[in-house]
Design a protein around this ligand. Sequence first.
Ligand code: CA
Length: 102
Amino acid sequence: MINSGDLPGLDMPDVDAHSDLGHLGAVEMHHPTQDLGGDGIPDTETVQGPHSMDVWTDMDHDGIADHLTVVDNDGDYSAWEFHHNSDGTSGWVRTDQGRIGK
Ligand SMILES: [Ca+2]
């Protein structure tokens, strides 16, 4: 029996490679399923949406996503990091963007 609350990705923000995450704020990770860090603890959730594939990673396992890579179906991509600033604010900062194959 499948409960919609168990499906990965439904509780993650809907983004694409052209989204501006500047005002998104902290994103909680509820269903990490992959271990990109290699320490045996799931830290990453991949969401295959209708327009893009979004890879959210919580590197320090505090339950808040620290890194996001978005790859649109047409090859455009962007990468973001969640920064904690010295003035107490926090927010997403784009670290890379481009188009796969170019
Ligand atoms: Ca984190």
